[in-house]
Design a protein. Sequence first.
Length: 211
Amino acid sequence: MNDNKVHILDHPLLQHKLTILRDERTGVKEFREIVAEVATLECYEATRDLPLEDIEVKTPVATGTFKHLAGKKLAIVPILRAGLGMVDGILNLIPSAKVGHIGLYRDPETLAPVEYYCKMPSDISERDVIVLDPMLATGGSAVAAIQFLKNYGCHNIKLMNVLAAPEGIRAVREAHPDVDIYVAGVDEGLNDHGYIVPGLGDAGDRIFGTK
């Protein structure tokens, strides 16, 4: 996919873990753990542009000048409920990040997103934001969530998914051309029910053990 805003992360570890997620035999515990691991690995790439500054540090041997994060404020915003499965994987890497929540569900008839919950840190507009959702299918939920954040005054927004369909990527790129997308895999497309094919099923159900 020739688009410098779409980052398809083909690291061997990510591809291996994605295959385990696809397997219908993978149980809830393992699925949940691997979704968090994938989020951690993707976070390395999504935060590659964080600014650094020089600070002086005294090691046990000598004093030197070394790189340190330049105090950039970060927030992660999972789209409920499946996005919750990616939160711990990122907080393990960046424990100082604040967490907002957006609750959306997809109308089964129209496939359009419907908001039922939205709670953000008070300083969300001052933070770089990463929106989390394992599946980017039709793109409707991601488009709506990103617009909510822009309405809050957010300017630097990224979207992180485990798996995407071309239709979802296209929808986000058309609605929000300024947003970078990070994803471990892009599949063939969507079926008549709006599920990614071959996909990995309903990520929320598989994370939380529901039907």
